[in-house]
Write a protein that binds this ligand. Structure first.
Ligand code: ZN
Ligand code: ZN
Length: 155
């Protein structure tokens, strides 16, 4: 299905391939994501870092301020500045890949909408996709196989 999806930055220096599909896909409408993308929301595919093959280039990390005080590092192409993925909470083994950098972003639609409390009013959410004012309990929403994959990261 979603195995082998490729993507990259705007200038093409950074290219990557997702060896498998992600565990889950977030559409985050929080103010931090809006500010950091300059847009209405961010799309993050959560996947094990060791399932992301970097085909070319390398990224540089920018530390972002967070409300929680926990670290959030945004990784960008140093040449064009495109943000390709993030690591939250200092967990290097879990990568949040920005779906908009895929060659085919339509391949990974959101599994959940979060921080809907700050969703822009003209964004209409689709029926049938869970949406939460703030966050959610992954145990109730993620497929069992994805939960098992996540457990393996934090083991
Ligand atoms: Zn680039
Ligand atoms: Zn967010």
């Amino acid at each position: 299905m979603a195995d082998g999806l490729e993507g990259g930055c705007a200038c093409g220096a950074v290219r990557y391939r997702l060896r498998t599909g992600p565990m889950f896909v977030h559409c985050c409408h929080c103010r931090d994501c809006q500010r950091q993308t300059g847009s209405a929301f961010v799309l993050n595919a959560l996947i094990e870092t060791d399932r992301v093959d970097v085909l070319s280039g390398e990224t540089v990390a920018n530390a972002m301020p967070t409300d929680s005080g926990r670290p959030h590092a945004v990784h960008r192409c140093p040449a064009c500045g495109t943000a390709v993925w993030s690591h939250y909470g200092g967990v290097a083994a879990l990568r949040f890949v920005r779906v908009g950098t895929l060659d085919d972003p339509s391949a990974l639609p959101p599994d959940v909408h979060i921080f809907v409390r700050s969703k822009l009013p003209w964004v209409t959410l689709p029926d049938g996709v869970p949406a939460f004012e703030v966050y959610y309990d992954s145990k109730t929403l993620w497929p069992a196989a994805s939960l098992e994959r996540r457990r393996a990261i934090f083991r």
